[in-house]
Design a binder for this molecule. Structure first.
Ligand code: DX5
Length: 218
């Protein structure tokens, strides 16, 4: 079963609540909130207040993708705001093993993610601590970027690593996911699709875009 999460990075920031609800009504399985601090990535977006504002508006899980330096300083804020899962970048953690343990202690789901230039090898000692691994298929910071086909091999390698360890940890992919690239990442072993600009755009309605994405992998 492939899960689809709408990334609100490409939503209308003046109507975030409505746009999150519309994605939920369109049948997405979660909402991903892209938190950016202007240091780990060249963009600044949301804080815990947006999670707190969205929490009562939708029933689907709120997935917080922390593209920030020193994420350990912020995880408690987002958990308290109502996040269901916190995803941190391995590259942003001085002590990733301890950061993942600290997220677990907050009682929310734990995710780790790596950028296109980072090998899955860095996850070797971390994958038994997490509920999800997210492979970035663009360099993070902005929506609407081109999918990096080079990451397909990485997704396959990660699936092999997880399977070899008997870990049923799902692989999420984030960046340039649309009806054209979705089947490729699912075939490579991904089961969670994070989609922003292919859901929120002027070409079609949110419902039509979610349906097209769902159809591309069904
Ligand atoms: C990092 C962000 C984006 C976003 C999805 O830049 O994490 O990847 O979620 O953006 P799209 O789906 O528009 O590539």
């Amino acid at each position: 079963m492939v899960r689809i999460e709408a990334s609100i990075l490409s939503a209308d920031f003046a109507r975030l609540g409505e746009q999150a609800r519309e994605a939920e009504d369109a049948g997405v399985d979660g909402i991903q909130i892209d938190v950016m601090d202007g240091r780990f990535v060249p963009n600044i977006t949301f804080g815990p207040g947006v999670v707190r504002a969205l929490r009562p508006l939708v029933q689907v899980p709120l997935d917080v993708h922390l593209m920030v330096v020193e994420p350990e300083r912020t995880v408690a804020w987002f958990a308290a705001a109502g996040a269901d899962r916190l995803i941190v970048h391995q590259e942003a953690c001085l002590h990733p093993h301890r950061v993942l343990q600290s997220i677990r202690e907050l009682g929310v789901e734990v995710g780790i993610t790596i950028n296109p230039g980072t090998s899955v090898a860095v996850l070797e000692e971390l994958i038994d601590l997490v509920d999800l691994v997210q492979v970035m298929t663009v360099n993070p910071g902005f929506g609407g970027q081109a999918f990096l086909y080079s990451q397909l091999t990485k997704i396959r390698r990660l699936r092999e690593m997880l399977d070899a360890r008997g870990l049923a940890v799902p692989i999420a992919v984030d960046g340039g996911i649309d009806p054209r690239t979705a089947p490729l990442v699912v075939e490579a072993g991904a089961t969670v699709l994070i989609a922003g600009s292919s859901i929120y755009n002027s070409r079609a309605t949110i419902a039509e875009n979610v349906a097209a994405l769902r159809a591309s992998v069904s």
